[in-house]
Structures are given as structure tokens and as C-alpha cells.
Write a protein that binds this ligand. Sequence first.
Ligand code: ZN
Length: 147
Amino acid sequence: MRICTPVVAGWFTGDGDGFRLLGTRCSACAAVFFPREDAHCRNPGCSGGALQEVPLSRRGRIWSYTDSRYRPPSPYVTDPELPWEPYTLTAVELESERIVVLGQAVPGVTVADLAVGMEVEVVPGVLYEDAETIWTTWNWRPTGVTK
Ligand SMILES: [Zn+2]
């Protein structure tokens, strides 16, 4: 049996409907950070507060999107022996936090399936797998609701 390992530790947690991205929130100004900020609040108008881990909204709306038709450089993990499979990259504005989070769309979703403003939800995804390990990440999946 292979081991599932998050590609970045501490950025997401849970399975299925309980899957959530993890950010941090400043106790002084309530600013939310993703990727998580654990050292200092980055709000220039804030004198600094404690940074607490918070699960982020599961849903958001597409702010922008594109696809990647070439192999990214390291540290992107990819097997150079395999043909490059294009993927769809989305920038999603989270429902509550109103911050924009990048991520790949679920496999099979192309730019032709997406539109700015379309609602998506975060789901567990696989970035890469080898004989021993499945490297997990997050993907964005259209909810089928568009406004
Ligand atoms: Zn702050």
C-alpha cells in the first residue's frame, strides 16, 4: 500500500466533504493568509497579533484561469520520461475570506469548461505518484452553479 503524503505539510487537511485548505488569521486585524503565514502579520497597517490556523471556505468563484502546456521547472515534481499532460490552473476568490487562491482544476476540466465567476469547491487531488507515495494536493471542481 502506498502512503499518501501532502505535497506541502500544513496547507490542507481532511478527506471528502471534510477537506479544507488551512490558512492563518491574525488575532489583531483578522487578516487571513494563504499560503499560511506563521511568523508575522503581513498587513502593513497592523501592529501584529497572534497568527492562528483557520480552515478556509470550501467554495469560491473563479477569478481567472489558464492552462499549462509546458513542463514547469523544479520544484514542480514531474517525471521527464512521461509526456507532459497539460493541466488547468485556476485562481479562485474564496467565498468568505475574499482572498485569491491558486490551484489546479480537477483532472478532465479544461479552460473550455470554465468561466470567470463560476462557483468551484475545493476537493482532494493528486499532484504526482510514484511506487511508494501518492503526493496529495488540492483541486478546484466546478459546482455546476453559475451566476
Ligand atoms: Zn494583523
